[in-house]
Ligand binder design. Sequence first.
Ligand SMILES: Cc1cc2nc3c(=O)[nH]c(=O)nc-3n(C[C@H](O)[C@H](O)[C@H](O)COP(=O)(O)O)c2cc1C
Length: 172
Amino acid sequence: MLKEIINSRRSVRKFKEDKVDHELLEELLKYSLMGPSYGNARPVQFVIVEDQETLNTLSNIETFGTKYIADAPAVIIIMADRDLSETWVEECSIAASYFQLLAQEAGLNTSWANLKEGTTKDGVEIQQFARELFNLPKNMSTLCMIPVGYGNDKIRKRVDFDPSPKIHYNKY
Ligand SMILES: Cc1cc2nc3c(=O)[nH]c(=O)nc-3n(C[C@H](O)[C@H](O)[C@H](O)COP(=O)(O)O)c2cc1C
């Protein structure tokens, strides 16, 4: 049930050492590309990172928020071709969200880390850093990285909440 998957998904930052099967990963990524897309432009692409040296480099870009990436079995870099779409951020966000839910359904766990804005702790602009690290052409921009694996952490139970203060009819 989709509602159960949404409710049970929490960010997980500790993983078992088990690798994620490539066939499974590619199937989940295929379905992640099936969301709505402005003008059906479909600009999103992925880089799957499993190489330990690259995972270490990614985990070191910030002083907080990305450290745990070094211990993930894989990280999905979500990016899009800006030549195909001005709405590349929305397109990447849809793919990232779909992927997190699909992974949850498959018994995997994920988190989300910024790979769009700011600078690395060495002062390199993030897009330039990603372009060099992944050999990206100039028209590709990265949004985020999604560590994925079999979680090895306590899952915090979601606290139920009343959504009504956030829902408005006709006017705010
Ligand atoms: C745009 C965005 C950026 C995020 N950046 C980070 C990050 O850099 N590091 C991290 O550990 N989690 C990051 N997260 C995950 C959030 O911290 C997490 O979703 C939030 O605390 C809610 O917890 P939950 O995902 O378990 O519901 C990010 C989430 C989003 C949507």
